[in-house]
Write a protein that binds this ligand. Structure first.
Ligand SMILES: [Fe+2]
Length: 281
């Protein structure tokens, strides 16, 4: 049963790893991640300047051109490399490409892991300003340091950075993530950081389950196979998955009925994934 799983679960949440005793909490969290295949935790506090830059970026996100019309999904994407052998690691941002209108794009290839999308997708690129922001560069390295098994790799590690905004303007218009089922992303590790959640929504509940529940909708999942269920509420509330160990799902967001101000419900997420690169001959 879900409740039994929840009660058995190690209390991972609210471990504030980076702002008290960084090394101690980081190594503790990494061990939990390795043994459970997922963690639910609090990432670093966002500095004021980065908060302004990143908030500005989220306000400008373009509609996800691959999302169905009823999903209310907006996104930008950026990609970078990390060199595992470097002592002072920092993301090396990859160049963007331009479409015929001169709009900058970054390509995202999820292989066969998204049942809704089979091939490479080009999204609007993250701005140069946000790619220079302290917080983004910092969490890319902090997240990388929580991964395991990538550090001895002899080639660069590929990092995908997604800014995803879901909106809901009324009860009938849901903000829906892709894919809308339990899934694995394909990349060996994915980290998800809440940046903002308006207080006029319900939903956006995260689920972590046994990999056998992959491709199932919430109502079809065997509840005994759900390891954890939680909702990210405050800035820096985060979770991470080791992709082959678990599958995951987030439910749609829905604006609540009695919202007295007519402002849309929103959930802003920064998703960061890590994968190996390969020599092509
Ligand atoms: Fe996912």
């Amino acid at each position: 049963m879900l409740t039994e799983n929840l009660s058995k679960e190690v209390e991972l949440s609210r471990i504030n790893i980076f702002d008290n005793n960084h090394d101690f909490y980081s190594s503790k969290l990494k061990k939990l991640f390795q043994s459970h295949g997922y963690i639910n935790y609090k990432a670093s506090v966002v500095d004021i300047e980065s908060k302004l830059i990143i908030s500005n970026e989220f306000r400008k996100l373009e509609k996800d051109p691959f999302s169905p019309p009823n999903t209310q999904r907006f996104r930008r994407y950026g990609n970078a490399l990390i060199l595992p052998w470097e002592k002072e690691k920092k993301p090396i941002w990859l160049p963007t490409t331009k479409n015929n209108e001169g709009t900058e794009l970054s390509g995202y290839d999820q292989g066969n892991n998204n049942p809704e999308h089979g091939s490479i997708r080009y999204f609007n690129a993250l701005s140069e300003q946000v790619k220079r922001s302290n917080y983004l560069n910092k969490i890319i390295i902090e997240d990388y340091n929580l991964t395991f098994g990538l550090d001895e790799y002899y080639l660069p590690i590929y990092v995908g950075i997604h800014f995803v905004k879901l909106t809901s303007t009324c009860e009938q218009s849901l903000g829906i993530s892709s894919p809308d089922c339990f899934h694995q992303d394909g990349e060996p590790f994915t980290f998800a950081h809440l940046f903002y959640r308006s207080n006029n929504i319900i939903g956006g509940e995260n689920y972590i389950a046994h990999p056998s529940e992959r491709n199932k909708r919430l109502e079809d999942v065997n509840s005994a196979n759900i390891y954890s269920q939680f909702t990210l509420k405050n800035i820096s509330d985060s979770f991470a998955v080791h992709d082959s160990s678990v599958c995951h799902y987030v439910s749609p967001i829905k604006k609540i009925k009695n919202d007295q101000f007519n402002i849309p419900g929103e959930r802003w997420m920064i998703l960061i994934d890590y994968s190996l690169t390969k020599q092509k001959i």
